[in-house]
Design a protein around this ligand. Structure first.
Ligand SMILES: [Zn+2]
Length: 471
C-alpha cells in the first residue's frame, strides 16, 4: 500500500504547527558554554534539549533524557530498526545578521530565518513530523524508529559518544544534518603538526619570519614572510616569476628595519577540497626556496618543506602517498598552518584519505619523509573513513524514497568531511539540504525553505515505512 497522498495531506494540514515548533526551538541560543552540574555543554545546549523535550511531549511522544547529553523518543516500542540523529545545539550567532536577529526567528517568503533553522533544528522537526505522520495515520509498522536529539554536534559530537556508551545502536541510522540525496562515504583524515628548531643565525641573506594559516581545515588565503639581506629591487623579478608560476599575488614592502616583507594573497578553501583554492602558503614557500639564500639550517629546512609540499600538489604526490580508489576518489593533502621565527618553525597539514589508505601506505610514509627532512612530528592516529556500501538496503531504500518524492534520480555523495554518523556503523547522513541552495549555515541570515522541510518529512516518512514494515 502506498501512503504517499495521505502523508502529503497530513503534512500540509500540520504545516503551521511544524513551523511554530521549529521557531520555539530557534528562540534558544544553544551555543556551547561552560559545563556545570547537569549541563555537560553549558546552559544553552541544556535549554535547547529542554525545549526539544517540551516539543516532543506536546506532539504526544514520550521523552527519555540521557543525562542531559541527548534526549530520545520512539514511535511504537517494537524492535528497533532505525535511529534518526539530529542536534539542537548551534554554532555561535556571529555578526552580519540583516534579515532578523539570530534568535528571533522570522517567517517570510516561505522561509524561516534565524540561527539553527537549517542546522539542525528545522531538519530535526522534519524527522519528528515524519514519525508523527506515520503514527497519526495509523500506518502499520513491524519495527520501531528512534529519534535522538543531541546537544554537542558542533563541538565534537561527544553527546553521541556518551549516548552510545549507554545504549545500543539501531541496525541502521540516518542523520538529517547534511545534503540530499545522502552521503554514503566520508573520507578518513590525518592532521599532523611537524616542528624543527635551530640556533639563531647571522648569515645573510635569510628568511627571519614566516606566518600563515587560520585553521588546520582551511587552505590559507594569505601568507607573509620577512627577508633580511635582500632589497625590494633584488626580489622583484623572483616575486614576479613566482606570481606567474603560482597565480598567487606577491607584494613586497620595505620595512623600517631594512628587512623586506613579502605578502602572498591566494584563495581560501575548505581543506577537503584544496583544488578549489590557491594556497598562499605553499606559493610563498616556493618563492622563498627559489631565492639565493645563505646556506643555513633554516633555509635548508624551508627548501625541504617546499619540496615535500609543492605548490599545486593537492594529492600528496611529493610525499609519496598519492592514491585513489573507485569508491572514494583521490586522497587529498594540504599544508594549512605554518609559523617560523629565528629559533624554529612549525607546520600542520590536513590529509583526507580514501578508503584504501592505511597506516602503512599513508601515515608511515609521510612520517618517514618528514623525519628524513629533519622534522619532528606529532604521532597522531589516522581517523578512519566511514563507508556504507551503495548496494546496501539502507542506501538503496533512501535513494528510492528520494526519487519517489522528488522525481529526481541522483547518485549518493562522497565527501571529505565527517558528519554526525562518522563513527556509527551502517549510518548515513541524509538531507535536508538541497546542494543547489546556500542556506548560509554557520553564517548570518541562515534560513530554511519550508517546502524543502515538508518534502524532507515526506522522504523520511516514506523511508521509515519501507525500512520498518518487514519482520
Ligand atoms: Zn549540524
Amino acid at each position: 500500500m502506498d501512503y504517499r497522498k495521505e502523508i502529503r495531506a497530513y503534512l500540509e494540514a500540520h504545516k503551521e504547527e511544524l513551523v511554530s515548533d521549529i521557531c520555539e526551538l530557534m528562540k534558544i541560543d544553544s551555543e556551547r558554554g561552560e559545563a556545570a552540574e547537569g549541563r555537560p555543554f553549558g546552559e544553552g545546549p541544556y535549554e535547547g534539549l529542554m525545549a526539544g523535550a517540551r516539543v516532543l511531549e506536546k506532539n504526544g511522544f514520550v521523552v527519555n533524557n540521557c543525562d542531559n547529553y541527548c534526549i530520545d523518543t520512539v514511535l511504537n516500542g517494537k524492535e528497533l530498526q532505525l535511529d534518526i540523529l539530529c542536534h539542537l545545539d548551534v554554532v555561535p550567532a556571529g555578526d552580519g545578521w540583516r534579515i532578523t536577529e539570530p534568535f528571533s526567528p522570522l517567517v517570510q517568503d516561505g522561509k524561516i530565518f534565524g540561527r539553527g533553522s537549517s542546522d539542525d533544528k528545522g531538519p530535526a522537526m522534519a524527522a519528528l513530523y515524519a514519525m508523527k505522520a506515520v503514527r497519526d495515520l495509523g500506518i502499520p509498522l513491524e519495527k520501531d524508529v528512534r529519534l535522538i536529539l543531541g546537544s554537542d554536534e558542533e563541538c565534537g559530537s561527544s553527546d553521541i559518544a556518551y549516548y552510545f556508551g549507554k545504549k545500543a545502536h539501531a541496525p541502521m541510522s540516518i542523520s538529517p544534518d547534511a545534503d540530499f540525496p545522502l552521503i554514503f562515504l566520508e573520507k578518513g583524515s590525518l592532521h599532523t603538526t611537524f616542528t624543527a628548531s635551530f640556533e639563531r643565525e647571522s648569515a645573510l641573506p635569510r628568511v627571519t619570519a614566516l606566518r600563515s594559516g587560520i585553521k588546520v581545515n582551511v587552505v590559507p588565503a594569505a601568507a607573509e614572510a620577512e627577508i633580511e639581506g635582500l632589497t625590494v629591487e633584488m626580489l622583484a623579478p623572483c616575486a614576479a616569476a613566482a606570481e606567474a608560476r603560482t597565480g598567487v599575488r606577491m607584494t613586497l614592502h620595505e620595512l623600517e628595519n631594512g628587512r623586506v616583507l613579502v605578502q602572498a594573497a591566494g584563495l581560501g578553501a575548505h581543506a577537503a577540497g584544496p583544488m578549489d583554492g590557491n594556497n598562499a602558503l605553499t606559493a610563498l614557500l616556493s618563492f622563498l626556496s627559489g631565492l639565493e639564500l645563505a646556506d643555513t639550517p633554516s633555509s635548508s629546512l624551508l627548501r625541504k618543506i617546499s619540496a615535500l609540499f609543492p605548490h599545486g600538489d593537492f594529492y600528496g604526490k611529493a610525499l609519496g602517498v598519492a592514491r585513489e580508489d573507485e569508491i572514494s576518489g583521490k586522497l587529498t593533502l594540504t599544508l594549512d598552518l605554518f609559523s617560523m621565527d629565528e629559533e624554529g618553525l612549525s607546520g600542520t597539514f590536513d590529509c583526507r584519505s580514501c578508503v584504501s589508505a592505511n597506516d602503512e601506505n599513508t601515515k608511515d610514509v609521510i612520517f618517514k619523509r618528514l623525519e628524513e627532512a629533519g622534522l619532528q612530528h606529532d604521532n597522531d592516529p589516522m581517523n578512519p573513513p566511514h563507508y556504507v556500501p551503495r548496494d546496501s538496503v539502507l542506501v538503496q531504500t533512501l535513494l528510492a524514497s528520494y526519487e519517489k518524492i522528488t522525481g529526481k534520480k541522483e547518485e549518493p555523495l562522497a565527501i571529505g568531511g565527517g558528519t554526525y554518523v562518522h563513527h556509527i556503523e551502517n549510518g548515513v547522513a541524509c538531507g535536508c539540504a538541497d546542494p543547489a541552495v546556500d542556506n548560509h549555515m554557520h553564517g548570518p541570515d541562515e534560513f530554511v525553505i519550508i517546502e524543502q522541510l515538508l518534502m524532507s518529512a515526506e522522504i523520511y516518512a516514506d523511508a521509515i515505512i519501507a525500512l520498518c514494515s518487514h519482520r
